[in-house]
Design a protein around this ligand. Structure first.
Ligand code: CDP
Length: 226
């Protein structure tokens, strides 16, 4: 039987991680796992349940409910794609809003939340043959992964990419809001105490500033298949 690997793709927001991770998974016939979608789904839950807002955060309520929340990836019968599932509902089309983006890094700092997510991520990677993208996948979740990549680009370019993507999906948001959100999330993600965003020492760094998606994909595939 062909040996299967774990491939991790970490980096700051909007560096193309998820698009690239999806492409690599398809090429290798691996499963793609978007760890950010898990944190986004939890944030969506907290907003819906009025656990968090601009004026309050009922942390105790979240911690009490946490172990009864079901976050998973399931094949959506509508498109046959493995999608994020929150308590039995497909929420992919609800978790990319700027509202969710504004709160996600606050929740992602919490020790209990990270422990909860990492446990699910470990089970998803148990059989290998997985491409997982996020912030701490090569450092904390799968420190022994066979292939690790870290993507970067300037905040300006990343904000442009994310703004165009949101606009395409009919999200009414300004470039400034997207830029500020990216800077704010980077700051939270890099400076948090638990599993901060940083490059694993054995990760391959790819500056995507002047590379298109095909070029990034080729660099990664060359490393894995050579
Ligand atoms: O798509 P984008 O890169 O903007 O973000 P994402 O991957 O959807 O992740 C949203 C947020 O979840 C990040 O800004 C982090 O705060 C958090 N996250 C994390 O803490 N650890 C991960 N492995 C993945 C995401």
């Amino acid at each position: 039987m062909l040996e299967k690997f774990i491939v991790t793709i970490d980096g700051t927001s909007s560096t193309g991680k998820s698009t690239i991770a999806k492409r690599i998974a398809r090429k290798l016939s691996y499963t793609y796992i978007d760890s950010g979608a898990m944190y986004r789904a939890l944030t969506f839950f907290c907003l819906e349940q009025k656990i968090i807002s601009k004026s309050f955060f009922k942390k105790d309520v979240l911690l009490k409910k946490l172990n009864n929340i079901k976050i998973d990836f399931k094949k959506n019968p509508k498109n046959n794609i493995l999608e994020i599932n929150l308590n039995g509902a497909f929420v992919e089309d609800k978790i990319r809003t700027i509202m969710v983006s504004d709160f996600v890094s606050i929740l992602a700092k919490l020790d209990d939340v990270r422990t909860f997510m990492v446990k699910i991520q470990h089970s998803l990677g148990e059989k290998k043959g997985v491409v997982m993208d996020g912030r701490d996948i090569g450092t904390v979740v799968f420190p022994n992964a066979e292939y690790k990549f870290f993507l970067e680009a300037s905040p300006k370019l990343r904000a442009e990419r994310r703004f165009n993507e949101l606009k395409k999906n009919n999200n009414k948001v300004s470039y400034e809001d997207v830029y500020n959100n990216i800077i704010s999330r980077d700051t939270h993600d890099i400076n948090r105490l638990n599993s901060p965003l940083k490059m694993a020492s054995d990760s391959i760094f790819i500056d995507t500033e002047s590379l298109d998606l095909d070029e990034v994909e080729n660099i990664i595939l060359n490393h894995i298949t050579s």
